[in-house]
Design a protein around this ligand. Structure first.
Ligand SMILES: Nc1nc(=O)c2c([nH]1)NC[C@@H]1CN(c3ccc(C(=O)N[C@@H](CCC(=O)O)C(=O)O)cc3)C=[N+]21
Ligand SMILES: [Mg+2]
Length: 287
């Protein structure tokens, strides 16, 4: 097999998808429905502020109406739930995203459960998770959906392939495993307590690293010619944004790899807009 170390350009693919969504949005606006996204940010976390800015910027580019709701760090759970209820009722809002993590006094589970499942464009609500698990139509969680889109647009076949997912979060590891399985991959789920991790990852045709630890995946973890998807968002010791994969060491061995930045992150935001437009489309078809 030829190993080319081809970089999967998530940034470029996300720009293409935003262009497609811009057209869809224009059609919806002509039908009298402008898609609207509310982004709720509690507190001052600087990484969260960066990510939220990226989301608002993408909305503007696509023509999606956006509302940024910034609440102080000491906001009570009750106050946040009341704000979510207003957004649930608000007809100009088709998608609600509450940026995670939340301050300690607020239960993320209760907050996610309070979002109208039809406006849950993150796909985090238990109803959406259950729909995905059982194969019903669902808002797909944005990062897993973005990963599948990148694989497809890169022409990477999944059927019968061995996909190994490292990480078992509700946001990435679990749903991406389901989506890969749905595409007829054979999926192995690994996590922080997996023994002899490299004995699994070295079997992977497709390796998804979603651990959240800088340089967790090195050359010794990959099979030659594998496809490597890096979901990590870490800081290097020098303070640079970096993934879970030691990119320089791994790239020469593999057929495809996603960079950080410029890989999974921009696709996550594109899929958030996709879900928001889908939600508005649903409303438009009802009126
Ligand atoms: N309710 C909720 N939904 C989320 O989807 C959500 C969340 N909470 N909390 C935090 C994580 C993280 N996340 C990112 C999305 C895009 C980039 C992204 O675009 N990153 C750029 C770089 C950005 C930079 O320069 O820092 C890139 O990878 O190229 C990063 C991180 C969404 N999350
Ligand atoms: Mg884990």
């Amino acid at each position: 097999m030829v190993s080319r170390g081809e970089i999967i350009d998530g940034k470029g693919m996300a720009a293409e998808i935003r262009l497609e969504l811009k057209e869809k949005t224009e059609t919806l606006v002509q039908q009298g429905v402008r898609p609207g996204l509310a982004v709720v940010l509690v507190g001052e976390d600087s990484a969260s502020q960066t990510y939220v800015r990226g989301k608002i910027k993408a909305c503007n580019e696509v023509g999606v109406y956006s509302e940024l709701i910034q609440l102080p760090e000491d906001t009570s759970e009750k106050a946040l739930l009341a704000r979510i209820d207003q957004l649930n009722q608000d007809q100009s809002i088709h998608g609600i995203l509450v940026q995670l993590p939340l301050p300690a006094q607020i239960s993320p589970d209760r907050v996610i459960a309070a979002i109208d499942p039809e406006k849950d464009v993150d796909g985090f609500h238990p109803i959406q998770a259950g729909r995905l698990l059982t194969g019903l139509d669902a808002y797909l969680p944005c990062t897993p959906h973005g990963i599948l889109r990148m694989l497809k647009r890169s022409g990477i076949a999944l059927e019968g392939k061995h996909a190994v997912v490292v990480g078992r979060s509700n946001i990435v590891g679990k749903p991406v495993s389901l989506l890969l399985q749905r595409e007829n991959a054979t999926v192995t789920m690994c996590h922080s307590r997996t023994r002899e991790l490299s004995s699994y990852t070295r079997q992977a045709d497709i390796l998804v690293a979603a651990v959240g630890r800088y340089h967790m995946i090195g050359a010794e973890h990959v099979k030659e010619g594998a496809v490597v998807i890096d979901v990590g968002m870490n800081r290097s010791p020098e303070g640079k944004l970096a993934g879970d994969v030691d990119f320089e060491a791994v790239r020469p061995l593999v057929s495809h790899i996603t960079p950080v930045p410029g890989g999974v992150g921009p696709m996550t935001i594109a899929m958030l807009l996709y879900n928001t437009v889908q939600s508005a489309q649903r409303v438009a078809s009802l009126t």
